[in-house]
Design a protein around this ligand. Structure first.
Ligand code: UDP
Ligand code: MG
Length: 346
């Protein structure tokens, strides 16, 4: 059972497996797909490596699905994994990783914001011994100041909370060796915060700086609400420190309340002053109520997470997988990445 492949050699032990897999999550990208495929295949052909391009159609509703099917049938080396509905980019990437058979896998966005021209440099870094090649944005010059500031503060907070360092300005654009991909698939959790998961697996990592390009066509799928949701998801799936903070806050507020009570008692005993202060009472009650609600909300966030995890639902469902001239219709239901990993060994 030779499932551990030779890792830094572009030639695989099983000859039919490609050296390089490209993984591209696609959600309503019909405007950019032809350009994307053209640029990718130009770069790949110049590389002199065997390759496959794995597109994951994340439940597109704009014709991307048909365009991808046409590519799969007409172009060699194109595989299309179509999901049963839109599950989000994180789930789409997990779905695609299970179908990438290369000795290395590169994850790119369909909109060409991650320049395909950098693929040769990433492959060089991998051949030089890195299991993971992360791509860090050189600047966020194109972003408005409030986005830059909030991104910076968010990374500071995330790194303060997380046990493993999460590199700043580093997205999903990266190269992963086969063993890094296998490691990712062993993480069975349903909440798939990829930034955290990528950081957690470790492995020798090389970082390359790059300029992120503007979107080639179409428009972004993210909005502030989605980003805030992802930010909270990131923090709560990677750390329980906020719960400890809540306990700390509770202790501090209780301590302050006790001290204030003692102060009032002493004042009454020493000076005989009667207790006054209806407004202060109201303020204190409102404050304590607020603190309790916030901490309960926080607790609820974790309880909810536990609930979702215990349901053991699959991260995504695959509608079908198209490649070459053949179609293999699968009613594949993934219980967990781990199982697919085990399945892959037989
Ligand atoms: N994407 C996806 N599922 C989604 C949203 C986005 O697969 O639910 C894909 C999208 O097609 C693109 C990549 O994820 O290839 C990044 O999306 P987008 O460009 O909208 O995000 P941004 O670059 O603005 O952060
Ligand atoms: Mg984009």
């Amino acid at each position: 059972m030779n499932h551990i492949r030779s890792l830094h050699s572009p030639t695989q032990t099983a000859a039919r497996l490609p050296a390089l897999s490209l993984l591209i999550p696609v959600y309503n990208e019909v405007d950019v797909l032809p350009l994307c495929y053209e640029q990718l295949s130009t770069v790949l052909q110049s590389l002199d490596l065997s390759y496959e391009i794995v597109f994951v159609d994340d439940g597109s509703t704009d014709g991307s699905s048909t365009a991808l099917a046409a590519l799969a049938f007409s172009q060699p080396g194109v595989k299309v994994v179509r999901l049963s509905r839109n599950f989000g980019k994180e789930a789409a990437m997990s779905a695609g990783l299970g179908h990438c058979t290369g000795a290395a896998t590169i994850i790119l966005d369909a909109d060409l914001q991650d320049p395909p021209a950098l693929i040769p440099e990433m492959v060089r870094a991998w051949r030089a011994g890195a299991d993971v090649v992360t791509m860090r944005r050189r600047s966020r010059a194109g972003d408005p100041w409030h986005k830059r500031l909030s991104a910076h503060l968010y990374y500071r907070l995330l790194n303060h909370l997380s046990d493993v360092p999460i590199p700043e300005d580093t997205g999903d654009f990266r190269l992963l060796s086969a063993r890094a991909v296998q490691a990712l698939q062993q993480l069975p959790e349903r909440s798939r915060y990829m930034k955290g998961i990528f950081a957690w697996i470790g492995f020798p990592t090389t970082q390359i700086l790059y300029e992120r390009q503007p979107r080639a066509a179409g428009k972004t799928k993210w909005n502030y609400r989605g980003l805030i949701g992802l930010a909270i998801e990131g923090i709560t799936s990677f750390s329980i420190k906020p719960l400890r903070w809540a306990s700390g806050l509770g202790l501090a507020v209780a301590g302050a309340g006790l001290a204030y009570g003692l102060f009032i008692a002493a004042k009454t005993l020493l000076y005989g002053e009667s207790v006054q202060g209806y407004p202060s009472l109201v303020a204190i009650i409102a404050f304590l109520g607020g603190v309790q609600l916030v901490t309960m909300g926080l607790l609820g966030e974790y309880v909810g997470k536990t609930y979702m995890e215990t349901k053991q639902r699959p991260v995504y469902l695959i509608r079908d997988v198209l490649h070459g001239q053949a179609v293999s219709i699968q009613t594949e239901q993934r219980q967990a990445p781990m199982q697919e990993y085990q399945h892959g060994l037989h």
